[in-house]
Ligand binder design. Structure first.
Ligand code: NAD
Length: 454
């Protein structure tokens, strides 16, 4: 099932609703008529969408007046170097590598959209230094992961995969020994972020008691309870599920001593990152029957493509793990649903559109996050200056000197590492005057990119 992607022609309330209150405050009240902005210098914006990005996104971009070229496959570095110089924006998934060489060749490129969770495939510092923000969609699949964990809780406690596998082999093996309801059991959630907190709500609806451990103090949802340490959680929970990022301190955070603290007959679920669990230690714990089962969706090394083997060459313990009873192994499918893909498409398409037309970098992964309150239709001859520059002393003085003949209605600037970004709305500027302003601001020594929206 799919539904059309709505890319706002102007900052819409749908967009505001997906933002924090402070971000949402930059949007006008429903009574105000928002002025639709467009880049002054790039009338015909050209977008290159690779890796079969959703057709709804293509249609929505075209409806916005963008010229869109849509390809189903990824492009190699050489192909990108040849193709990108004529495009202003590119949308990719995880297979297209945007290297420093590609960025150097892409002289018109303004923005990169990663229609996926990760952004490792892009040289983020090189993009930032070229004045190119990169957008992704890190949390669109939280619900999909949380729902999968609910299924895994039941599947583990009913030995579902063992019984289903036996029957597929033609063996009828009905039994209740070692099979449990999840109702009344305790679920220990490690990492109470986007996924952990969603899961907390779903689990309580099943009558499960929820405790969680997080390095931050977080307001518990429903009747869930935050515990003071990982050790306390491990000792209390019947199911332990991991939802932390991969960080130096979370690598092997569940190893031999943590597994020993877990209750006899309890279960471990990992849908976070493969290196969070010391898998040889987990295998020992399962073999000794200290743990009654485990579910792993992520692994320290994962095959690069579908159909590739999951064997001992990839991970030296793979065949041992595959042979253990009541162990559910899945190929990193936690966030892989059609709904998550659609949300990713919507979120990234909106981010590209908001940057190209309104200059907003909210949500960019490599760039200072800057946005301004929308202009109204009454502000007909106002223009917006978007100035990306090197983060050096004296830049704002130079830019404000250039702007000094005009009334600066609003202005905001922020920096991230070597790159800074200033947005300013200027009143009563004719199109002819823009050329002079462009010359003055682009001519400053720290200039990386200056755009005008009107
Ligand atoms: N299996 C999949 O397909 C799939 C899909 C999406 C996300 N993920 C992974 O799931 C994990 C969680 O994602 P999320 O969106 O909920 O992330 P999030 O950033 O919203 O939440 C992570 C939480 O972990 C906490 N945390 C960090 N270090 C910790 C520590 N040492 N001990 C305890 N808590 C700690 C953070 O404070 C935060 O509350 C990530 O690793 C993500 O990559 C996997």
């Amino acid at each position: 099932m799919s539904s059309p992607i709505a890319i706002p022609a102007s900052p819409s309330h749908a967009v505001a609703a997906s933002m924090s209150p402070s971000q949402a405050s930059s949007f006008p009240s429903p009574q105000m008529k928002v002025k639709v902005l467009h880049p002054v210098e790039n009338v015909d914006l050209r977008l290159l969408l690779l890796e079969n990005i959703s057709q709804e996104a293509v249609t929505a971009f075209r409806a916005q007046g963008f010229h869109v070229d849509h390809h189903t496959k990824a492009m190699s570095e050489d192909e990108l170097v040849a193709a990108l110089p004529s495009y202003h924006a590119i949308g990719i998934r995880s297979k297209t590598k945007i290297t420093a060489r590609v960025i150097k060749a892409a002289s018109k490129l303004l923005v990169i959209g990663c229609f996926c969770i990760g952004t490792n495939q892009v040289d983020l510092p090189a993009a930032a230094q070229a004045g190119i923000p990169v957008f992704n969609s890190p949390f669109s699949n939280s619900r999909s992961v949380a729902e999968l964990v609910m299924g895994e809780l039941v599947a583990l406690s009913r030995q579902l995969f063992e019984r289903a596998y036996e029957l597929r082999q033609g063996v009828w093996n009905k039994q209740s020994k070692g099979c449990w309801e999840v109702r009344g059991k305790t679920l220990g959630i490690v990492g109470y972020g986007h996924i952990g907190s969603q899961l907390s709500v779903l689990a309580e609806a099943f009558g499960i008691r929820v405790i969680f451990y997080d390095v931050l103090n977080i307001m518990a949802l429903g009747s869930a309870r935050q515990v003071e340490s990982l050790d306390v959680l491990l000792a209390e929970a019947d199911f332990v599920t991991l939802h932390v990022p991969e960080l130096p301190e979370t690598i092997n955070m569940i190893s031999q001593s943590q597994l020993a603290l877990m209750k006899q007959g309890s279960y471990l679920i990992n849908n976070s990152r493969g290196k969070v669990v010391d898998i040889p230690a987990l295998i020992d714990s399962l073999k000794s029957k200290h743990l009654a089962g485990a579910c792993l969706d992520v692994f320290p090394s994962e095959p690069g493509s579908n159909g590739a083997p999951f064997d001992d060459q990839l991970n030296p313990w793979a065949s041992t793990l595959r042979a253990l009873p009541n162990v559910i192994l899945t190929p990193h499918i936690g966030g892989s649903t059609e709904e998550a893909q659609r949300l990713i498409g919507e979120e990234v398409a909106q981010a590209l559109s908001r940057y190209l037309d309104y200059g907003s970098t909210l949500g960019a992964v490599n760039f200072p996050e800057v946005d301004l309150r929308a202009m109204t239709q009454e502000q007909g001859d106002h223009i917006r200056v978007c100035h990306v520059h090197k983060n050096q002393p004296g830049v704002l003085k130079q830019v404000n000197e250039a702007l000094s003949p005009y009334n600066v209605e609003k202005q905001y600037s922020d920096s991230k590492g070597d790159v800074a970004y200033l947005m300013a709305d200027i009143a009563d500027v004719s199109i002819e005057e823009i050329a002079k302003l462009r010359e003055l601001i682009s001519g400053t020594r720290a200039n990386i990119l200056t755009r005008f929206l009107a």
